[in-house]
Design a protein around this ligand. Structure first.
Ligand code: ATP
Ligand code: MG
Ligand code: FE
Length: 334
């Protein structure tokens, strides 16, 4: 059973082939055009998807040695994401499925980030908790089965990836700044500049206040010394990263305590952060958690995770049809 999956929710055009639950190819074209604008420009993203989608799909099929004629279904990211970007992938998938006379599978992008954990061993046992941290989302998801998920905590304002990227911008680092903060943090002292943690009840998060405290801190220090950022970049990055990770892990600890679940996973672009990966591993061994961290290639956007989700949906007979349209703010359904 061969499924072609297409991801186009933001600024990665990606296609993957999954055969009987095993990923056979995963091609990702990252759009570099946005760097010069300091963030993703939706209209440019759609146009770049249009340019990339045919060669990316072709390469995914060639790499997997699977012909169009051998496909049993086509999957696409229905949402959430940028509407114009989603339209390119969904229209392409729908036309291809129509042309080949095969079924269509619509995938929720955030559920796919979680299901990236089923691409390779070790696979988490159900139920597990997944901290899903990316450019647009910060969620704690209780995963009861491959297609049974509930959000038990989420951000009330900004996503943690956004906090990384916007803070990086204040430091004059190019977009996306998350990986660059990570790189500088590795050489810095995380205790150099302490920041107050936000007070948010329950399992929800807030990152807008901490972003503002980073801003005020930097403005004050730069007024005192115009070279402050330049001279202390590693320590600043390490302190900021330490604070963001602390916020995430405190809530994750609480979620584990409240649910009694010790199978703990992370997913999404920010799960590529080396500080988070290290701190989670340490916390996990302290608390007796079984910790699951995805391979780097499956943290940020990729079609392999869409293909993995599609595999489960295929087995559950969960298909869509030509009336399916992209949903920028798609509900998290179970
Ligand atoms: P969403 O999944 O919420 O729709 P998205 O698809 O744009 O958003 P992803 O591709 O999953 O997000 O993740 C991109 C985010 O991950 C960016 O904010 C980026 O800065 C962040 N990121 C990637 N690598 C790292 C890293 N090493 N450290 C911190 N942040 C990182
Ligand atoms: Mg991206
Ligand atoms: Fe994503």
């Amino acid at each position: 059973m061969n499924i072609l999956a297409i991801e186009s929710s933001c600024d990665e055009t990606s296609a993957a082939v999954i055969t009987n639950g095993k990923i056979c190819s995963n091609v990702v074209a990252t759009q570099l055009i946005h760097t010069q604008y300091g963030g993703v420009v939706p209209e440019l993203a759609s146009r770049a998807h249009q340019q990339h989608i045919v060669p990316v799909v072709d390469k995914a099929l060639t790499d997997a040695k699977v012909g169009k004629i051998d496909l049993d279904a086509i999957a696409f990211t229905q949402g959430p994401g940028l509407l114009g970007a989603l339209l390119v992938g969904s229209s392409f998938a729908k036309s291809m499925a129509l042309g080949l006379g095969i079924p269509l599978i619509a995938v929720h992008h955030m559920q796919a980030h979680v299901l990236a954990h089923f691409i390779d061993d070790p696979r988490p046992q159900f139920p597990f908790l997944c901290l899903t941290v990316s450019g647009g989302h910060t969620q704690i998801v209780k995963v009861n089965g491959p297609l049974q998920m509930e959000i038990i905590g989420e951000t009330r304002d900004d996503a943690v990836g956004e906090a990384f990227d916007k803070t990086a911008k204040l430091l004059d680092l190019p977009y996306p700044g998350g990986p660059l903060i990570d790189k500088h943090a590795a050489a810095g002292n995380p205790q150099a500049y302490p920041f107050p943690l936000p007070e948010m009840p329950g399992l929800d998060f807030s990152f807008s206040g901490i972003k503002t405290s980073f801003l005020y801190f930097l403005q004050k220090r730069v007024r005192e010394n115009p070279d402050f950022i330049h001279e202390n970049l590693d320590d600043i990055c390490a302190s900021i990263q330490f604070t963001l990770i602390d916020i995430l892990l405190k809530k994750l600890k609480r979620a584990s305590r409240e649910t009694g679940i010790k199978e703990i996973a992370i997913a999404g672009g920010v799960s590529a952060n080396s500080g988070l990966r290290k701190s989670l591993t340490e916390l996990g061994s302290q608390l007796g958690w079984q910790v699951y961290i995805p391979a780097f290639e499956y943290c940020t956007d990729n079609a392999a995770m869409i293909a993995m989700a599609a595999h489960f949906k295929y087995l559950a007979n969960d298909f869509t049809d030509q009336t399916a349209s992209p949903l920028a703010r798609m509900e998290f359904h179970s």
